[in-house]
Design a protein around this ligand. Sequence first.
Ligand SMILES: [Zn+2]
Length: 315
Amino acid sequence: MIHLPRKDNDAPPARLVCANALTQLRNAVLHQDGERYTTTYYRDDTVTELLRPYSIDKLTLELRDWPKCNYCESQVEKAVTLQVEHYRPKAKVDPKDTGGAAHTGYYWLGIEWSNLLLACPQCNGPSAKHNRFPIRGVRATAPVLFDAQGNLDRSNCHADQNPLLAEDPILLNPEIDHPENFLTFDTQANMSGQGPDAERGEKSKDIYNLNRPLLVQDRLEVWTVFKDDILIDIGEHMMGEISEETLRYAFKNICRKILKRSGAGEEFALWGRYINDHLEDFIGVDITDNYYRDLFRNAYYAAIGAGVAVAAVAP
Ligand SMILES: [Zn+2]
């Protein structure tokens, strides 16, 4: 999960503000029932077409761009299909998060643009986020939604204003929070909470199920591919098949690819950023020879333009 810029809440997709959508909203509010929305509204193409580029911090998708799950950062081809997800559940809050009490959910937010994210079925499914929404303190109650004449006042149906601003959610929202302040990894790609409020990271990791085995394996593979390339190049140099100049060039290319993994459009960008921030931990284990490790370190710092160099002593 990485931080994403806020969607423009003053310019929601037309489908979410058309007359029929307002009728649905009115119906859901009247009956305090978030199940009354027809899913075609928030799953409409005009909605997903805005959410998909937003998921990789872009305005429009370009060729070879893949949208990502806002939570686990899997690209769509691995996630099968991305779903429009309600950050605050529209029809029910899981009793695990309400002390066992039944809760109607945030039924007035069913087609609220700022409440919608894009998530894969593994993060959003029954074994993960689903209707979970733990908070600290007092849960917000529905605002006044009808005026004296009985007309629905949609200006009170937004998620980015009180009473919801006063609520204290535990789950990280990539549009509001900076996940890097709450989440970290170990070198085996296992995620954990960190920082002064590590509990939010821990609970988000658990509820979005961000350490599911296949996901951890996919993340780890990012480094494994780099490591294998590094070790193959070192092996070829040791065998005298390539010169040191060629090895330096090969390392430079690998370092550029490692740096590129930090980009918002990359799959698992938070993990890519971790690899870059902790590169010493990775090469300290995987490049056992000091000479080659120094050579690689120099290539990396040259690639980031930091100009930090240490002497590489030939074996
Ligand atoms: Zn996901």
